[in-house]
Design a protein around this ligand. Structure first.
Ligand SMILES: NC(=O)c1ccc[n+]([C@@H]2O[C@H](COP(=O)([O-])OP(=O)(O)OC[C@H]3O[C@@H](n4cnc5c(N)ncnc54)[C@H](O)[C@@H]3O)[C@@H](O)[C@H]2O)c1
Ligand SMILES: [Zn+2]
Length: 349
């Protein structure tokens, strides 16, 4: 078992352990005085892992109820959240009670948002089951849903009281989603951890996944502990994402997965920063090679002007400039304030 402590306003632990699902009740007992627990999950994950969680919670003395929604991003909206609120009320979940989010990033974001807003906020525990959720979305307290105008536009910062990670769950995760999560893993190597990057180059990630998860979570923990509300350093986690988000948007969020778009974004921005002499030469080639190794795309034939236009209309952009996350070299990153009007020129070099 390995434990990482997150020092946000309300500190919490992340426990990484094989078999932690079966014992989740014991761990949760240490952080919650709840009487009732509502397990929120999706139609793929609950049938595989639901019983284990419910049994363990019941053994620990909790009254357990469960809510399952149709798997997929299409469910991450206020309609499903509204159904969750009704479910919580019908099952007499009170302020001292607890939500457990069991699933990928969609479940964590939506159950977390329901926890942040139901009765003005109740505790929740993250049990992430996808690689993306284990290395990224379950840590840091960003919760939310999509609305017609865009992804993740309604949400809240609401930290979990505990995160339980069991990499055994990845055995049932479809390969497509494993590869999707690998883009974020590569990102962590790029921005903060040269040794991790080299490990990914030299070994097979699936064979050392516990080590990888621990390293990625430690990086995210450090960054969010310093900058809980993304006022500065947290933006480093957006490496590859400015272009990635633009590509996702142009493709109507169906052509490319998030990880695929981020992989292209990391390659494109690093090529550009290398040409501008801001990044050590050869870095872009190494990132490309690594993305290809994990079956991720590295190139898009969408025009640079279309990409820049989509990036500049991003609803999260404030004012006329953006903070671009760039690499000095593999393992070391920094933020470069860039005028949006200059972005097209920068990536077209
Ligand atoms: N809050 C944050 O900081 C943050 C960060 C990154 C991404 N996100 C969000 O995360 C979401 C993407 O997360 P995701 O890729 O995990 O999506 P997801 O939750 O839809 O999971 C992907 C698919 O894998 C299935 N699945 C998950 N775990 C499984 C397992 N162990 N076995 C079998 N099937 C399994 C799910 O049912 C789903 O079909 C997006 O909505 C994104 O906006 C949030
Ligand atoms: Zn991402």
């Amino acid at each position: 078992m390995r434990t990482l402590k997150v020092e946000t306003g309300r500190p919490y632990n992340i426990i990484i352990e094989n078999g932690v699902l079966e014992n989740c009740g014991e761990y949760i007992k240490k952080v919650s005085k709840a009487m009732r627990v509502a397990v929120i999950s999706d139609t793929n994950v609950f049938p595989i892992y639901g019983d284990k969680i419910v049994d363990s919670l019941t053994k620990s003395g909790y009254q357990v109820c469960s809510f399952t929604f149709d798997a997929g991003e299409k469910s991450k909206n206020l309609i499903t959240v509204s159904k969750i609120y009704d479910f919580l009320a019908e099952n007499h979940i009170t302020r001292i009670d607890l939500i457990v989010a069991l699933g990928g990033g969609v479940t964590g974001d939506m159950a977390g948002f329901a926890a942040a807003t139901y009765l003005r906020g109740i505790d929740f525990v993250q049990i992430p089951t996808s690689l993306l959720a284990q290395v990224d979305s379950s840590v840091g307290g960003k919760t939310g849903v999509d609305i017609g105008a865009g992804k993740n536009l309604v949400g809240s910062f609401w930290q979990p009281v505990l995160v339980l990670i069991d990499s055994n769950t990845l055995k049932t995760l479809p390969q497509y989603y494993f590869e999707d999560g690998m883009a974020e893993v590569i990102k962590y190597g790029c921005i903060k951890d040269k040794a991790l990057f080299e490990k990914l180059e030299n070994e097979n990630a699936a064979e050392c996944i516990d080590h990888i998860i621990y390293n990625c979570v430690a990086i995210k923990r450090d960054v969010v502990s310093h900058d809980e509300r993304e006022k500065g350093e947290r933006a480093l986690l957006n490496f590859g994402h400015t272009i990635g988000h633009a590509l996702e948007k142009i493709g109507g969020f169906t052509n490319l997965s998030h990880g695929q778009a981020v992989a292209i974004g990391m390659c494109m921005i690093t090529k550009a920063s290398e040409k501008a002499n801001l990044t050590e030469k050869g870095s872009a080639k190494r990132i490309e090679k690594l993305c290809k190794k994990y079956n991720l795309p590295t190139y898009s034939d969408i025009s640079k002007s279309e990409i820049a236009k989509a990036a500049s209309s991003d609803k999260k952009t404030n004012g006329s400039s953006i903070k671009l996350a760039l690499l000095k070299e593999i393992g070391e990153s920094y933020l470069e304030k860039t005028e949006i009007s200059e972005l097209e020129k920068f990536i077209s070099k």
